[in-house]
Write a protein that binds this ligand. Structure first.
Ligand SMILES: Cc1cc2nc3c(=O)[nH]c(=O)nc-3n(C[C@H](O)[C@H](O)[C@H](O)COP(=O)(O)OP(=O)(O)OC[C@H]3O[C@@H](n4cnc5c(N)ncnc54)[C@H](O)[C@@H]3O)c2cc1C
Length: 491
């Protein structure tokens, strides 16, 4: 509806009554009473105050890439919302601290929360800086990335939102609030907030000095690749492990720090490299695999072994030196897909891998191939944010992906989800990806983890503390939905 208006009239309206919203994957559709795209903090304040006067609930939308039902009222595909706010017009750079030679100086960037990660990456790179633990996909908004506690791979640094040092937001009464590191309890709640604490319109983010990495792609037997992952994460802070389902091999990709700058490429060389990647990612690989996995699912193992694995490997290059941003944002085009990711204690990473390889192979033995794309694992350092899936422990994210339309993908993902809860104490789903069983989430944030049981840490009720902060900031539940109430276990 909104896109339709834009295509006819050439510009987007600031406000649409009875608007229809859908997410990128197309698995969530929401009918909103009214949808706004404010341009200023003042406009956000007016919208929130009006919603309060009318007794309406408010949800904030980022770039709509989440699969989970964070925006609508329910977990049904079709859902409703009262007031939707999207910050697509608040995308400006506010300021950036200049690069300084002093090694103790901590550079930061201040930007509006509607800006996307790719733009911010370019902005900081031009100032000689880099972001910490960015996601692979560059199209996400800062508000959305922070909202779900998103992460990249870095065992020496916590996920992306932990690097926000100041928030500017409009609270449930329509007042502007500015919160910095001198208020740690609020910061820990804001850094992964699920859009429940207010409308964040500006953030200040800590950066590091720009760096380059050597990208190493190594094919390993599956059993070797999944062994001692926690130790490997210590040895290689930036590491991704990919398994192409039903094969006996895995691809281990490490990004090793290198001194100096990446080799300068001419504009033409950059263009050719990007064009080649795009052709592989958009037209050569996924379309064929989507057809195979939908129409000839039994051929999936053959194509994984002989096509998908090699195609993926070629794109990664080997031993090339790249700017960190270029290396970390290695995917330029995403086919429509389904994704579920669980965060587990890093020392359980090997078992988690073996668990879903076993599951996938059990299905394959019954001639079912629902895991049609790949499995992927990354590790991060412990987060301090109450609702980050990585809170309180060194974490491994293990993720499974299936092309949209793959027969049986949903039943398989749900089966794997239950196994994660049953077999891996403290396993928590990524908030932006697929998950179904909301009744088991709260205990994973509040129940003591294994380290606490062993006496290494004091029990910490992360979700309960988040909910106390939420209650103080929004006692009427203006930013809550019935679905979020179920997730939080509150009435
Ligand atoms: C292809 C693909 C690849 C991905 N790769 C990764 C990855 O590498 N690592 C990773 O961690 N995740 C990844 N994700 C998941 C992604 O991090 C989340 O889905 C993310 O939230 C999407 O950002 P968005 O801007 O689309 O936010 P949305 O999905 O629109 O919103 C997410 C949440 O943030 C809240 N929110 C948004 N803006 C604001 C604001 N201004 N103020 C307050 N609340 C706000 C919303 O209310 C909602 O609760 C990937 C997703 C896709 C589709």
């Amino acid at each position: 509806m909104i896109g339709w208006f834009q295509s006819i009239f050439g510009k987007r309206p600031l406000q649409v009554e009875r608007a229809r919203w859908r997410n990128w994957a197309g698995n969530r559709r929401v009918r909103a009473d009214v949808y706004f795209e404010p341009r200023t903090k003042g406009e956000i304040q007016d919208i929130v105050r009006r919603a309060k006067a009318d007794g309406k609930r408010v949800r904030v939308v980022g770039n709509s890439y989440s699969w989970s039902p964070l925006i609508g009222d329910t977990d049904q595909e079709q859902s409703s919302a009262e007031v939707l706010i999207c910050l697509k017009r608040m995308v400006d750079l506010v300021r950036i601290t200049p690069h300084r030679a002093d090694p103790d100086f901590v550079p930061t960037v201040v930007a509006e929360a509607g800006m996307d990660l790719g733009t911010l990456t370019d902005v900081v790179e031009a100032a000689g800086l880099a972001l910490v633990s960015p996601t692979v996909i560059p199209f996400l908004s800062l508000g959305g990335l922070i909202g779900v506690g998103a992460h990249g791979s870095d065992t020496q640094a916590p996920p992306f939102p932990d690097h926000v040092v100041r928030f500017w937001f409009v609270d449930a009464d329509g007042n502007e609030r500015v919160v910095g590191e001198d208020e740690p309890r609020l910061m820990r709640a804001l850094r992964a907030n699920l859009g429940c604490l207010g409308v964040i319109f500006q953030v200040e983010i800590r950066c590091v000095h720009d760096f380059t990495v050597r990208v190493i792609n190594e094919t390993q037997p599956r059993l070797q690749a999944f062994d001692s992952l926690e130790q490997k994460g210590h040895d290689h802070p930036h590491m991704s492990v990919f398994w192409f389902p039903y094969t006996e091999k895995a691809l281990v990709r490490t990004y090793e720090y290198t001194p100096g700058r990446a080799p300068t490429r001419t504009l033409a060389q950059r263009f050719v490299k990007r064009a080649a990647k795009l052709v592989l990612q958009k037209w050569l690989g996924p379309p064929g695999l989507v057809i195979v996995t939908r129409l000839l699912p039994k051929m999936t193992p053959f194509f994984m072994e002989h096509f998908a694995f090699n195609l993926f490997k070629i794109q990664g290059g080997n031993r090339q030196i790249e700017r960190s941003a270029e290396a970390f944002h290695y995917v330029l085009n995403y086919p429509q897909l389904h994704d579920m990711s669980f965060a587990v204690d890093a020392h359980l990473a090997d078992d988690a891998w073996r668990y879903f390889v076993r599951k996938a192979n059990e299905y394959a033995a019954r001639n079912q191939f629902p895991l049609s794309m790949l499995a992927h694992s990354r590790q991060v350092a412990a987060s301090d944010s109450y609702l980050s899936p990585a809170v309180g422990r060194q974490t491994a994210y293990v993720e499974i992906l299936a092309y949209r339309g793959t027969p049986g993908w949903e039943a398989f993902f749900q089966d794997v989800e239950q196994g994660f809860y049953d077999a891996f104490p403290g396993a928590r789903p990524h908030w932006g990806k697929h998950f179904w069983d909301v009744d088991r989430i709260r205990q994973t944030y509040d129940r003591p983890t294994q380290a606490m049981v062993d006496g290494a840490e004091a029990p910490a009720n992360h979700m309960s503390t988040f909910l106390e902060v939420r209650q103080e900031l929004d006692p009427e539940g203006r930013f809550l939905t019935p679905w979020l109430r179920r997730v939080f276990g509150i009435s």
